[in-house]
Design a protein around this ligand. Structure first.
Ligand code: PMP
Length: 406
């Protein structure tokens, strides 16, 4: 896999050759295959799905259901109806928090999350726990930035109803051993929800092998357009869950007083679904599959290893997250005494685009003892030279901010 060759597929990167784009953990750039699939669909096959009986609507419906099959294959399930299309990972996790808590959560029940969760996999559970009088506890992280396995076991001994954890941290880059943790959590009687927003774009994912019950992805982080994401769940659980959003498209029979609901996945796709975006997302999944997710992961790993080695040589720079093979292409760092926004602004002036802030993970930043970090994240189109430019810009930043550094 040669990132210089792949970059030719990304018009924005081609148009801005001096831009070092290191913010794919926030959202990824789009290959031409995706934007062309979107345009083609809008220009040649566009009509609302699951409604019209005329050929154009039938063709659009077929394209939407074909996208479902593509995403099912990408995620490793033989059953396309286990895939629900939502707008983003946040909506998927809100759907799960709502519907799982309605069905399975009662007063005093326990929901286990982790200290490294993005707010999208924390706040919906807090809201659900509040509605149901349930409790919420977090698996703490070790100083290296991994989940504490003994603490995880202690929480499982309390028989949680739900365990919600991220596949890969968007701040530390830690890849959690989900297959192992899910097996233990399910053996303890919990339903396991995985936030795969950072997992699906970067790691080979096979939901059957992972063994969780639900897996939420974020389409726009895996080269897809904004507005469509795949939410996977086990069919037997989908069947049991009440809907989240209600209205058109998801019903069976409606009277003025009450309604019955369609089977999954339709039950969870109220209103006009993001079908054009789903077609674009399917093009993204095909693009990633053609490159090969093993290759994407290996490439991310090579870049992060290079970055960790180079950043370790920058005096005073504090780098967060573990070292080892369980570390994906995300690196967060600070110069103590220099605000992360100032550092990111300096890097931007050098043409290096990174994110700064708490990255929607305030409890994690509290644990790290900093209000904010700057974060570089890598993807298949990033090169070793770009990692070196980041390191060089950080060396310059250190000289520039020398009197501020504590
Ligand atoms: N979880 C994690 C780990 C994330 O990094 C993000 C995006 N920052 C989300 C959830 C939310 O994803 P989305 O933008 O698709 O709602």
């Amino acid at each position: 896999m040669d990132p210089r060759e792949l970059r030719r597929d990304f018009p924005l990167l081609e148009a801005q050759p001096d831009l070092v784009f290191l913010d794919s953990a926030a959202s990824a750039q789009k290959p031409r295959a995706v934007t062309e699939a979107l345009t083609r669909f809008y220009e040649t096959a566009y009509a609302n799905v699951h409604r019209g009986s005329y050929p154009l609507s039938e063709a659009a419906t077929e394209a939407f259901e074909d996208a479902r099959r593509t995403l099912a294959e990408f995620l490793g399930t033989p059953d396309p109806e286990e895939v629900v299309f939502v707008r983003n990972a946040t909506e998927g996790l809100n759907l799960l928090a709502h519907s799982l808590s309605e069905r399975f959560l009662g007063p005093g029940d326990l929901v286990v999350v982790t200290e490294m969760e993005h707010h999208a996999n924390l706040v919906p559970w807090q809201q659900a726990a509040r509605r149901k009088g349930a409790r919420i506890r977090a698996v703490p992280i070790t100083d290296e930035g991994r989940l504490d396995p003994a603490a995880f076991e202690r929480l499982l001994a309390e028989e949680p109803r739900i365990v919600a954890l991220t596949h890969m941290s968007n701040v530390l880059g830690t890849v959690n051993p989900v297959a192992d943790l899910a097996e233990r959590a399910r053996a303890a009687g919990a339903i396991v929800v995985v936030d795969g927003a950072q997992g699906a774009p970067h790691l080979p994912v096979n939901v059957r092998a992972l063994g969780a019950d639900f897996y939420a992805t974020s389409g726009h982080k895996m080269l897809g357009p904004t507005g469509a994401s795949a939410l996977w769940g086990r069919r037997a659980l989908w069947e049991e869950l009440p809907p989240f959003l209600t209205g058109g498209g998801m019903i069976e029979r409606v009277t003025i007083e009450e309604s019955t609901f369609a089977p999954p996945p339709t039950r969870f796709e109220a209103g006009t679904p993001p079908f054009a975006e789903a077609v674009g997302l399917a093009a993204a999944a095909r693009y990633l599959a053609a490159v090969g997710m093993e290759n994407v992961w290996r490439h991310d790993r090579a870049l992060v290893e290079r970055a960790l080695a180079a950043l370790a040589e920058v005096p005073d720079l504090k780098v967060f997250g573990p070292t080892g093979p369980d570390r994906g292409g995300v690196v967060s760092f600070v110069f103590p005494g220099v605000h992360a926004h100032d550092l990111a602004t300096f890097l931007a002036q050098k043409g290096v685009a990174v994110r700064s802030g708490h990255h929607c993970a305030q409890p994690l930043h509290r644990r790290l003892g900093v209000a904010a970090t700057a974060r570089a994240s890598f993807y298949l189109y990033n090169t070793e030279e770009e990692v070196d430019r980041l390191a060089e810009a950080l060396r310059e930043a250190r000289r520039f901010f020398a009197t501020w550094i504590e």
